[in-house]
Design a protein around this ligand. Structure first.
Ligand code: C2E
Ligand code: MG
Ligand code: MG
Ligand code: MG
Length: 288
């Protein structure tokens, strides 16, 4: 009896596990406090088309913690998912992105910009998600046609019928959808055909070695052909070099995102970049 209890409680006193548990608890407490104290902000990364025009931006969350410094979303989105904090956090992201859309709508050069917002699985499957999105549009006055939601493969197949109908409700209001990190999940092509998507995003892992790894080149070209045949736009993420960009455009990719243009930046810095581009030069060259 005592021995069994000892065995069951052993892991609780494993110092490594104990450290992981308390690190997690303190991160969770910090997340709650961060939400209350408005420590989050959005950066925006431009999406560039074949003509070199910036047609949209992806909103990426940043956490400016008073002691931890800038914390990467890779370090807290999963915990936010597990704890349910993704619901208030995701709502804040949607509202902030929509507020940005509404303020850009008044600026001629920025009025047509689209903002893509990342949505996590738990947030999407939350029963109030549609209301969350429509609410963010309503209170900010943003145009739904300028809002794109980025979903990931794994979250779509949990409840395919429910997913499709949720997407259709939002699509009927003018909102569009991109499938993020495409190629890294377990998409069945039969499902892909049924989802009311507008865009595929080629994952950065296929773009990185595009010019040196023949398999990655074939995968990228196959995703482009697939998107094209399904009537979807295709955008590549993580484009860092002109050679990568040129390869992708030569093979029919519609747009790219990546450090080649710029890292994600605060909204006013993105606006400044757009203000200095005429956007009419091919190959993404700047004209001024
Ligand atoms: P993602 O949606 O696939 O976003 C692309 C990530 O690649 C971003 O990392 C971006 O900064 C980075 N990136 C862009 N261009 C380049 C490049 O040329 N080279 C390299 N090496 N990296 C590049 P970030 O901002 O750290 O975000 C990581 C992930 O966190 C995102 O991946 C997304 O899944 C998640 N995330 C970010 N913001 C949100 C959010 O508001 N809500 C949710 N649910 N998830 C978010
Ligand atoms: Mg994304
Ligand atoms: Mg992505
Ligand atoms: Mg990615």
């Amino acid at each position: 009896q005592a021995k069994a209890a000892g065995r069951n409680t052993l892991c609780f006193f494993d110092p490594r596990m104990q450290a992981a548990v308390s690190a997690r608890m303190s991160l969770e407490a910090d997340l709650r406090q961060g939400l209350r104290e408005r420590q989050f902000l959005l950066h925006y990364q431009p999406q560039v088309d074949k003509a070199g025009r910036i047609t949209g931006v992806e909103a990426l969350i940043r956490w400016q913690h008073p002691k931890r410094g800038m914390v990467s979303p890779l370090e807290f989105i999963q915990l936010a998912e597990e704890t349910g904090l993704i619901l208030p956090l995701g709502e804040w992201v949607l509202e902030t992105a929509c507020r940005q859309l509404a303020s850009w709508a008044a600026v001629p050069k920025l009025a047509d910009l689209e903002i893509a917002v990342n949505v996590s699985a738990r947030q999407f499957h939350y029963h109030g998600f549609v209301e969350q999105v429509l609410g963010a549009l309503a209170i900010t006055g943003a145009i739904p046609q300028r809002l794109k939601l980025e979903l990931t493969e794994s979250m779509l197949f949990e409840n395919l019928e429910g997913t499709i109908s949720k997407m259709n409700v939002l699509k009927a209001r003018g909102i569009s959808f991109a499938l993020d990190d495409f190629g890294t999940g377990y998409s069945s092509l039969a499902y892909l055909k049924r989802l009311p998507l507008d865009m595929l995003k080629i994952d950065r892992s296929f773009v990185r070695d595009l010019l040196t790894n023949a398999n990655d080149a074939v995968i990228a070209r196959t995703i482009i052909a697939l998107g094209c045949n399904l009537g979807l736009k295709v955008i590549a993420e993580g484009v860092e070099t002109e050679d990568q960009r040129d390869f992708l455009f030569q093979h029919g990719c519609d747009a790219y995102q990546g450090y080649l243009c710029t890292k994600p930046l605060p909204a006013h810095d993105v606006a400044a970049i757009i203000a200095t581009r005429s956007g009419t030069m091919p190959n993404g060259n700047q004209t001024s």
